[in-house]
Design a protein around this ligand. Structure first.
Ligand SMILES: [Zn+2]
Length: 481
């Protein structure tokens, strides 16, 4: 995201293959080929599919006024934690984002089960009727409704606006399980709220026919019957599924390699569509040099959100005001959000506890872009802006590696985005510009679709420089390293 104010020894041989057939889609769980529609060739099976990842089947029906989603969810989960699990933990993010997600019914392998709401309703702990052994699979089926608010929580990422619906984090999603526990941190208002592992998504959306549906993944089917339409999207691996529903927008598209970039803007901003596509195309070309962008589609959607931009897998939103003056910060913000397709989606991290890892990296990738395409004066301007923002922080020497909640309003942007960018310039001095870029390529390659901490990045950097960066990480990031 980019802020506006410039954020015992037991071996189990039992592997259950006897999972029941999916009910929401006529698509066998073990057949992952449907997800290849959305992937560029270098990411396609057989060697690239990841059978340990969860598979989400979602059926989302938007009410005629778009204020309510009636949902069904079916999820194939394989216990890859290495532990026996007696419960599963889901996040219900809308309940802390000014909206309301009500889970009505939960079945585990066809058995009705109970759960407990925690953390202001944002955590649903489901008690398994039968313990789940390592590598065993289970199917969780849920029915839910999401009432979409009109508020500004978390920059209005989940909200109904006059000409658009921004539907972020609107379904029950499994929390990551790390170091023996489920991650259930309560989001801080300043940063990105979601903490997510990569998964596969097959999603059916029913909506009024006049709406244009723009979503994570590729559209694989569209039916229109009367005043309703039904669209099916597939994507994955992906951190989550995001949907925008818009009316009165214009669309412009451009191919870059195997990827189609689409931009969707309210008609009054159509003058900014061409230049936006140009920035996005250049960003993809530049970042593809690190490791290719995984998908066949990248969508950019204008939204009246309160952050400059908000990233989701294969899609991001940009706030409307950026398009009123395309010569302003549109380029840097658009490129920053594109960079999140690498840092956040391809390689994930805890955005609540370790926001620097994706945000400072997105800032540095944006610098790489500007160096490639813009004048030295422009690059200097970008660095000057973030240097000034850094020094507006309450304490400019604050470390960049704290949780979002640690920082005050001025320091979050100043330290995590500002000082964070300059940390990578210090790393350049230490291991060279080429060395740093090589390390980043290896980081994205080594950890693609994983969920990592800063330690992973430090390891890749040290492998390239054959040096110990502990002192540098202590001084700039924090004492954990
Ligand atoms: Zn960001």
């Amino acid at each position: 995201m980019k802020l506006t104010f410039i954020f015992a020894f037991v071996v189990f041989f039992h592997v259950s293959l006897a999972v029941s057939l999916p009910e929401l889609f006529n698509q066998p769980w073990e057949d992952l080929s449907i997800f290849e529609h959305d992937l560029v060739s270098s990411y396609q099976a057989p060697n690239q599919s990841l059978p340990d990842l969860s598979i989400y089947h979602l059926d989302l029906s938007l009410s005629d006024d778009l204020s309510q989603v009636t949902g069904k969810e079916e999820l194939l989960y394989r216990n890859s934690t290495g532990q026996i699990l007696s419960e599963l933990v889901f996040r219900l993010y809308p309940n802390v984002l000014g909206s309301q997600l009500l889970v009505k019914r939960v079945e585990i392998d066809g058995v009705l089960t109970v759960g407990r709401l925690e953390h202001s309703g944002s955590v649903l702990r489901i008690f398994l009727p039968k313990a789940l052994a390592p590598n065993e699979q289970t199917i969780i089926a849920m029915q839910f409704t999401t009432q979409v608010g009109q508020g500004s929580e978390s920059y209005g990422r989940l909200a109904l606006y006059s000409e658009a619906l921004s539907l972020a984090h609107a379904y029950p999603v499994l929390a990551p399980f790390k170091e023996g526990d489920w991650l259930t941190d309560t989001p801080s208002p300043l940063g990105d709220p979601s903490v997510l592992e990569a998964a596969y998504y097959l999603v059916r959306v029913s909506a009024p026919v006049a709406q244009t549906l723009v979503a994570s993944g590729s559209l694989i089917n569209l039916d229109e019957t009367g005043d309703r339409q039904t669209a099916v999207f597939s994507t994955g691996p992906a951190r989550e599924f995001y949907l925008a529903s818009v009316t009165g927008y214009v669309q412009l598209s451009q191919m870059v390699g195997e990827t189609l970039i689409n931009i969707y803007l309210p008609e009054r901003f159509d003058h900014a569509a061409g230049v936006s596509l140009e920035y996005a195309a250049k960003a993809l070309e530049r970042f593809n040099q690190l490791i290719p962008y995984p998908y066949r589609e990248l969508d950019i959607v204008a939204m009246p959100v309160l952050a400059s931009g908000i990233e989701f897998p294969g899609i991001f939103t940009l706030t409307n005001r950026l398009f009123t003056n395309p010569a302003g910060s549109l380029e840097s913000v658009l490129v920053h959000e594109t960079a999140h397709q690498w840092s956040y989606n391809l390689v994930g991290n805890d955005q609540v506890l370790e926001p620097w890892l994706d945000e400072a990296l997105a800032q540095y990738l944006t610098l790489l872009y500007h160096r490639s395409y813009d004048s030295p004066q422009f690059v200097e301007g970008y660095l000057d802006f973030w240097n000034a923002t850094w020094h507006e922080a309450t304490d400019p020497l604050e470390v960049i590696g704290e949780p979002v909640s640690y920082y005050d309003d001025y320091s979050y942007s100043g330290i995590v985005y500002g000082r964070g960018l300059f940390f990578f310039l210090v790393l350049e001095q230490e291991i060279g510009t080429d060395g740093l870029e090589r390390a980043l390529s290896q980081y994205y390659e080594q950890y693609r679709w994983d969920f990592v901490s800063g330690e992973a990045l430090k390891t890749e950097l040290e492998l390239v420089c054959k040096c110990d960066l502990s002192e540098l990480f202590d001084r700039w990031v924090d004492k954990k390293y």
